[in-house]
Design a protein around this ligand. Structure first.
Ligand SMILES: [Zn+2]
Ligand SMILES: [Zn+2]
Length: 225
């Protein structure tokens, strides 16, 4: 069972409690349990020994990061733009891992109809009032606490074979952009007439994780001089 105190940590990180945040915590707990991992500490996070893979960028991914300590920043979280709510955990160097997929239709049945209605108004249609959002959060907190020990049959749990070795984060040298003077990772630099520029100054599109997943975007800001 996921502890109430960890839910508090997750709430502080994510900003609110919601069912998918708790599902991320609970799915992580199930995966760690199956793999016999008790906790991920200093050494594992620095060496990227344990890897967590999520398949979409939703609230679930934050629950995963809080529980597993595999995060975007320590390069132990891999975001696969597959579009499913699922978590896979494995140890580097081992051929087997565990994948936990959320049975969302079954989870949805836990949602009282009036909460579903409120969710549609506030989240899906973005037209609820501030009070609606707060009422929704109250309902979500209550539901979230009830889900800390959600039975395993709300998930599809499978053993997976690791068929592709994912590289650890490489260390890149930096080069200086001729235009803004900032350092940029060498593989991101754009060379024009033999001079290095950052993608922002070169005006070339970059890959970004945005609400809809991984997309190609232009750098959406410009320094005010
Ligand atoms: Zn959320
Ligand atoms: Zn630049």
């Amino acid at each position: 069972m996921v502890s109430e105190s960890l839910l508090e940590v997750a709430k502080n990180f994510h900003g609110h409690v919601c069912p998918y945040l708790v599902l991320g915590l609970r799915a992580s707990e199930i995966a760690f349990g199956r793999l016999g991992i008790s906790r991920v500490g200093v050494a594992e996070t620095i060496k990227e020994d344990i890897v967590a893979i999520v398949e979409s960028n939703n609230c679930f991914a934050d629950g995963v990061q809080v529980f597993t300590h595999c995060t975007l920043g320590n390069n132990s979280l891999i975001y696969l733009d597959v579009g499913k709510t699922a978590l896979t955990v494995f140890r580097r160097g081992e051929r087997r891992g565990v994948r936990v997929y959320v049975l969302s239709e079954k989870v949805r049945e836990l949602l009282p109809p009036e909460v579903g209605e409120l969710w549609r108004r506030v989240v899906a249609e973005r037209r609820g009032s501030r009070e609606d959002a707060e009422r929704l959060h109250e309902a979500f907190e209550k539901l979230g606490r009830e889900m800390l020990n959600l039975p395993e049959d709300f998930f599809k749990i499978s053993e997976v074979e690791i068929v592709e070795e994912l590289e650890r984060a490489p260390i890149f040298e930096s080069v200086r952009c001729e235009s803004c003077g900032e350092l940029v990772m060498k593989p991101r630099a754009v060379y024009v007439n033999g001079k290095a520029y950052c993608p922002a100054c070169a005006g070339v599109p970059v890959q970004a994780v945005v609400g809809r997943g991984i997309s190609t975007v232009k750098v959406p800001f410009r320094e005010v001089r």
